[in-house]
Design a protein around this ligand. Structure first.
Ligand code: NAD
Ligand code: UDP
Length: 320
């Protein structure tokens, strides 16, 4: 079996953290990334590593000819920030759908196993709480988030079509909100927005009344879940996320406390179709993968705040 692993979206937030872990495990890694929301700086520390290569490539295009057959492909290429993907709905739909098709065809050709990084967004604005993998979701197929939600749903369908019809080994994980170092300051997601705003003394932009909930999983835990799922003997889908649920108001207050910021909270209109509640049921992950998240929100936020302090050139000092 080849020790080569391909990570699409390998210069992104989750992808670059995954590349680090795979290299530490002794794998050779090729990251395929068009750098649309990723950053070369996320993998610049790997530039001299002979086991790592960043290949600038758009996954909607023909798979790179010279790439030798990997044994494993993690498919993470897709923008994940709602603020970003709602500005690029065509590109997002194509990246999920065509990108998935190209990955699956390449995997058939090289005999690779594919892990698809799906999302809790396939549950849409869920009526069932917490969300189990058996729930089929409530997605608005033509709403502003549908480019992402439906793109990921078609990618899931395609994985199982290739599995059923062609016998391709696939693994499906539904990732819930993850955060940590290498989120970009301008990414637009809530954790990076609040931390950067707090550190810069700007108002925290809270959408709606802050009553909507999310369950935030630290990146090291998420990456650990992806690695376990890739080697598991089930296709999934399996939820990977932290089951501790917080309102967005609670998150804002926690960020203010941990940064020691005097920023105010400023309330803005809630975007259309913003899911009201989200929390994973992780029974499957814990029983089938032996996976549970280890890092508390407070500890994970401290690490993430330290990362943004360094990135913004502020002293590496925490208030609490
Ligand atoms: P990210 O935006 O940091 O990473 C996505 C990466 O994919 C970027 O490096 C980007 O440049 C690259 N990319 C985008 N379109 C591409 C294309 N057409 N060709 C090649 N590369 C392309 O986001 P992330 O948070 O690291 O998310 C990674 C994956 O995990 C995504 O598929 C996302 O849907 C999924 N996911 C993430 C979360 C989360 O909370 N972080 C939650 C659910 C699912
Ligand atoms: N949100 C917010 N302020 C921001 C960014 C996001 O209040 O500056 C809210 C957003 O409306 C949503 C939650 O935080 O209810 C999580 O948003 P994010 O974009 O991080 O991801 P989502 O879970 O919506 O995909």
């Amino acid at each position: 079996m080849s020790d080569l692993v391909v990570v699409t979206g390998g210069a992104g937030f989750l992808g670059s953290n995954l590349c680090d872990r795979l290299l530490a495990m002794g794998r050779r890694v090729v990251a395929l990334d068009d750098l649309s929301t990723g950053d070369e700086a996320h993998v610049s520390h790997l530039a001299a590593n002979p086991n790592f290569e960043l290949h600038r490539h758009d996954v909607t295009q023909v798979w790179p000819q010279r790439l030798e057959g990997p044994s494993r492909i993690f498919n993470l290429a897709c923008p994940a920030s709602p603020a970003y993907y709602q500005q690029h709905p065509v590109r997002t739909t194509l990246t999920s759908a065509i990108g998935m098709w190209r990955v699956l065809e390449a995997a058939l050709h090289s005999g690779s196993r594919v892990l698809q990084g799906s999302t809790s967004e396939v549950y849409g604005d869920p009526e069932v709480h917490p969300q189990k993998e058996s729930y089929h979701g409530l997605v608005n197929p033509i709403g502003p988030r549908s480019c992402y939600d439906e793109g990921k749903r078609v990618a899931e369908a395609m994985c199982f079509a290739y599995h059923r019809e062609r016998g391709l080994p696939v693994r499906l994980v539904r990732i819930f909100n993850s955060y940590g170092p290498r989120l970009r300051a301008g990414d637009g997601r809530v954790v990076s927005n609040f931390i950067v705003q707090a550190l810069q003394g700007e108002p925290l932009t809270l959408y709606g009344k802050g009553e909507q909930t999310r369950s935030f999983c630290y990146v090291d835990d998420t990456v650990d879940g992806l690695l376990r799922m890739m080697e598991a003997d089930i296709e999934g889908p399996v939820n990977i996320g932290n089951p501790t649920e917080h309102t967005v108001q609670e998150l804002a207050e926690l960020v203010l406390r941990l940064t020691g910021s005097r920023s105010k909270i400023e309330y803005h209109p809630l975007p259309a179709d913003d899911p009201r509640r989200r929390r994973p049921d992780i029974t499957l992950a814990s029983t089938k993968l032996g996976w549970v998240p280890r890092v508390s929100l407070e500890d994970g936020l401290r690490e993430t705040i330290a990362h943004f302090r360094r990135q913004l050139g502020l002293a590496d000092r925490l208030a609490a």
